[in-house]
Design a protein around this ligand. Structure first.
Ligand SMILES: NC(=O)c1ccc[n+]([C@@H]2O[C@H](COP(=O)([O-])OP(=O)(O)OC[C@H]3O[C@@H](n4cnc5c(N)ncnc54)[C@H](O)[C@@H]3O)[C@@H](O)[C@H]2O)c1
Length: 391
C-alpha cells in the first residue's frame, strides 16, 4: 500500500514508518518537529539524541535498502498538506500528528490554545485533503482510551446502544476526558464521525491506551534508529518513566493512591494494529472505532511489575506515592471491551519480566544521559497550582 504517516518523526510515527516499510509498503512521512522543539523549549530532552528525519530516512535506507520519503512541514498549513497529498497519492493515511501530552495541554492558556488549534485544525485539514484529492483514501487516526474517562459501566468499542422509552438507538459512547488533550481527541473523533456521515469518507479511530517500549525489530539494528524516548513528566508515558526511575534509583512516582487503571500495549502492538487497520479498511461512510490495548493494569500493579523485573536485573527499586497532580479517580471500575483488533488478527505481546528486562537494559546503556530533574511531576491540573513555564 501507499501509506502517508503524519507525525512520522514521533515516538510512534518513526517506528511505524520503518515497520510498514519493512513489510513492503511504500511509505512517506510528514512532521513539523513540534515534539522536538517542545522538548528543547521545556528542557526535557529525550533519553537519546535523535537524528533529523532526513538523516533517519538515509540511515534506514542504508540498513534496509528501502526508501522512506520525508516531508517537513505543518499540517495546519493546507497548501503544504495539499502538495504532499498530490505528490504521494496515499491509499491510507495514519494520523499521529497531534500534541499528545495531557500535562502539556494543562500547562497554561497558550499551551491549551495550541493543543486545541493544532489537533483540531490538523485533523480538519487531513479530512479536507482526503475529500479533495482521494475520497477513497482510508484515514487511520490515533485516538485515546482517555476519551472515555472511567465510567462505572463497561466501556464499549466506540458506540453504545441506548434504549429510551421503548426505542433503541446506537450513539457514540459518551465521552468524559480528563485533560484538555484528551478532550481534543474526543472532539477530533466527533469531527471525523461528522464527515463520515456528510461525505462518506472512511475512518478508523484507534482509541489507544498508554504505550510502552522503545526498541522494535527494525530499530534494533542500529540505536540511531531508535524512537524518541521521553521519561519526563510531560512527554514520558508511565511505564517508560518507571523503567528510567528504576535504573537511576529514584523511587517510582506513583500518583496518589495508584488505583488508576488503564489499558496498556507494547510499541510493537501499535505497529501491528495500525497495519491490520490499513489492510482491512473501514467502508465508505464508516466511522470505525477500535479500543487499542492489550491488558489493563493499575499504576500500583505496574510499579510492582517494574520492582520485580528490576530485582531480577540487579536494581533495588523503591516505590513512592506522590501527591497526584491530576484530577482523576484513584479507585474506580474499569472494564473496557477490546475485541475488534484481536478479531482482525492481532497477536499481542504481553508485559512480562523479559520485556521489562530488555527495557531496563536499553535504558541502563544510555543512563549517563538521564536528567534527574525531569522525574517529578511539574504540571498540576488545578488552576491555582498550575505551572505556566516549566523550568
Ligand atoms: N504514546 C502513547 O502512549 C499514546 C497513547 C495513546 C494515543 N497516542 C496518540 O498517538 C499519536 C502519536 O503519539 P506519540 O506518542 O508518537 O507522540 P509524538 O509527539 O511523539 O508524535 C507526534 C508527532 O507529530 C508531530 N506533529 C504534531 N503536530 C503536527 C503538525 N501540526 N504538523 C506536522 N507534524 C506535527 C510532532 O512533531 C511529533 O513528531 C498522538 O496523536 C497521540 O495522541 C499516543
Amino acid at each position: 500500500m501507499k501509506v502517508l504517516i503524519l507525525g512520522g518523526d514521533g515516538y510512534l510515527g518513526w517506528p511505524t514508518a520503518m515497520y510498514l516499510s519493512w513489510k513492503g509498503h511504500e511509505v512517506a512521512v510528514v512532521d513539523n518537529y513540534f515534539r522536538r522543539r517542545a522538548c528543547t523549549e521545556l528542557n526535557c530532552e529525550p533519553l537519546l539524541a535523535v537524528p533529523s528525519l532526513h538523516q533517519r530516512g538515509e540511515l534506514w535506507q542504508a540498513v534496509s535498502g528501502r526508501k522512506i520519503q520525508v516531508f517537513i512541514g505543518d499540517l495546519c498549513d493546507y497548501q503544504f498538506l495539499s502538495h504532499v497529498f498530490q505528490e504521494v497519492d496515499p491509499e491510507g493515511v495514519v494520523h499521529y500528528a497531534e500534541q499528545p501530552s495531557a500535562p502539556y495541554s494543562m500547562m497554561g492558556r497558550e499551551a491549551a490554545v495550541f493543543t486545541l488549534t493544532n489537533n483540531l485544525v490538523s485533523t480538519c485539514n487531513v479530512i479536507h485533503a482526503v475529500a479533495e484529492f482521494n475520497p477513497d483514501c482510508h484515514i487511520v487516526k490515533l485516538g485515546t482510551m482517555g476519551v472515555y474517562g472511567t465510567p462505572n459501566i463497561d466501556i464499549e468499542e466506540g458506540y453504545l446502544e441506548v434504549e429510551h422509552k421503548g426505542r433503541k438507538q446506537k450513539f457514540l459512547y459518551p465521552k468524559a476526558p480528563g485533560s484538555l488533550y484528551h478532550l481534543t481527541k474526543a472532539q477530533d473523533g466527533d469531527m471525523l464521525y461528522f464527515y463520515c456521515r456528510m461525505w462518506d469518507i472512511r475512518v478508523t479511530d484507534l482509541n489507544q491506551g498508554p504505550v510502552y517500549g522503545v526498541q522494535t525489530d527494525e530499530s534494533g539494528q542500529d540505536d540511531r534508529l531508535a524512537s524518541i524516548f521521553n521519561y519526563d513528566s510531560i512527554f514520558g508515558t508511565v511505564l517508560n518513566r518507571f523503567v528510567v526511575q528504576a535504573v537511576v534509583g529514584h523511587p517510582l512516582t506513583v500518583y496518589g493512591n495508584g488505583g488508576q487503571t488503564r489499558g496498556y500495549l507494547n510499541i510493537a502492538d501499535t505497529m501491528a494494529c495500525v497495519e491490520l487497520s490499513l489492510l482491512q479498511p473501514a467502508g465508505r461512510g464508516e466511522y470505525r472505532v477500535f479500543n487499542q490495548f492489550v491488558e489493563t493494569f493499575s499504576v500500583n500493579e505496574l510499579a510492582e511489575k517494574v520492582r520485580g523485573a528490576g530485582r531480577q536485573s540487579g536494581f533495588d527499586v523503591k516505590i513512592n506515592k506522590v501527591p497526584n497532580p491530576r484530577r482523576e479517580a484513584e479507585e474506580h471500575y474499569y472494564n473496557p471491551v477490546h475485541t475488534n483488533l484481536f478479531e482482525l488478527g492481532l497477536k499481542p505481546h504481553y508485559l512480562n519480566e523479559a520485556v521489562l528486562g530488555d527495557m531496563l537494559a536499553f535504558v541502563k546503556k544510555h543512563s549517563a544521559n538521564i536528567n534527574l530533574d525531569l522525574i517529578l511531576p511539574q504540571v498540576h491540573w488545578k488552576t491555582e497550582n498550575r505551572c505556566n513555564s516549566i523550568r
